[in-house]
Each structure stands twice: as C-alpha cells, then as structure tokens.
Design a protein. Structure first.
Ligand code: G4P
Length: 196
C-alpha cells in the first residue's frame, strides 16, 4: 500500500532496531483519510470472505478497524484491556503479554458481542510478536466463532508474530511489511511474501 509506505517514510521515526514511532497518524494523532484508505484496502483484500463482525483491541487498533467495519457495513467490537464499571460480568477473557512493553493484560469481551455463528475479521495496528492477535483468536475460539482472517496495518516481519499466526493456519494480510529497522532506517520487505 504505497500511500502508507510514503507516510511511514515521511513521518515515521525509528526509535530502535525494534520500534517504529508512528504517532502522527496511527498511535496518537490519527489521519482519518488514511484510515479510510486502510479500511477500503482491508475490505478489498477480504472481499471473498463472509464477515459478520470486525474485532480489534483497544486502543490503536480501533481506528483502522472502525474504517474497515464501516466499509464492510458490519459492527466493530474491541476487546478491552481493563474491565469498565458498566461491563457485563459474563465475559470471554485471555491473557496478553507484551514483549515490547513488558506488561500483561487480561483482555475482555462481553459474551453478548461474540456468538458461535460469527465470522470474525481481526484488525490491528501492529504485528510484532503476535501476542495480541493470539489473545483475540482465543476470545473468538471461546465463543465458538470463526476467524476468517487477520488484517494488520504494519507488520514487523523480522519479529515472529506473522509466522506464528500463519503456522496456525490463519490468513494474514499486512498492508506493509517491514523487513528491518536497522541503522535508523525503515526497510520494507519485497512485495513477494517470504513466509510461503
Ligand atoms: P504483539 O501483540 O504483536 O505481541 O506486540 P507486542 O506485545 O510486542 O506490542 C504491544 C504493544 O506495542 C501494542 O500496542 C503494539 O501495537 C505496540 N507495538 C509493537 N511494536 C511497535 C512498534 O514498532 N511501534 C509502535 N508504535 N507500537 C508497537 P498497545 O500496547 O496495545 O498500545 P495501544 O494499542 O493501546 O496504543
């Protein structure tokens, strides 16, 4: 997705060999036009699938997931990292450890928003170690629903997440794949998919 690559090159900041800062359009300030392009692209890539809901995890997954759900005309559900006072007690939960932040969250979804006949498209902003995606997959499995695919805005292909998820048999569509963040520069993976 060329417009996303251009945005990363012009506004992204390589903080270390593993972390890319993109808070001017994805993680803090949002670029709504770019989010809509992202939503259209995910809808196009998964157009052959029957999708009843889009699922993501708060916070930064919500914007691209919202745009995708809008284009697909289906509801968006986001898993919470902390229970709210109004939240139902009847919930699906999974543990998600972040290697990037060295934190662990119990992610939660009210049972009323996921049912066995749902066909779920998972969307997230980053794919690094795959912990968030695996946690979301667990929630869907607890409900007896089906994961039809996983859409990722920025895949860091030098980390193990994408490979782990593909090995479990889930189709992953990443809008950009980053091969390396070494020497302070973003190097994209060739358009060829190296996992297959
Ligand atoms: P994983 O889910 O693939 O295993 O990723 P990991 O635990 O390593 O990352 C946890 C958090 O760090 C996630 O955000 C993820 O989006 C973010 N993250 C991982 N790598 C990068 C990176 O290179 N750049 C940026 N900007 N973020 C990265 P989170 O804690 O859920 O944050 P938020 O969604 O609440 O904003």
């Amino acid at each position: 997705m060329d417009c996303l690559k251009k945005k990363i090159l012009s506004e992204g900041l390589v903080l270390s060999e593993t972390v890319l800062k993109v808070d001017s359009f994805l993680n803090h300030q949002l670029d709504p036009s770019l989010m809509m392009e992202i939503g259209k692209e995910f809808a196009k890539r998964f157009h052959h699938q029957k999708i009843s809901k889009v699922l993501t995890i708060e916070t930064s997954g919500i914007a691209p997931a919202f745009a995708t759900a809008l284009v697909l005309n289906v509801p968006l559900v986001f898993a919470r990292k902390q229970k709210t006072v109004t939240m139902d007690t009847d919930c699906y939960t999974a543990e998600v450890h972040s290697f990037t932040k060295n934190t662990t969250h119990t992610i939660t979804i009210s049972k009323k928003f996921l049912s066995a006949d749902d066909h779920i498209l998972l969307i997230d902003d980053f794919l690094a170690n795959g912990e968030a995606a695996m946690g979301l997959i667990q929630l869907v499995e607890q409900a007896g629903a089906t994961v039809v695919g996983i859409g990722i805005v920025i895949e860091k292909s030098f980390q193990p997440g994408a490979r782990k998820i593909k090995e479990k048999g889930y189709p992953v569509e990443s809008l950009v794949q980053i091969a390396s963040l070494q020497n302070g520069t973003v190097q994209f993976l060739n358009e060829v998919n190296h996992y297959e």
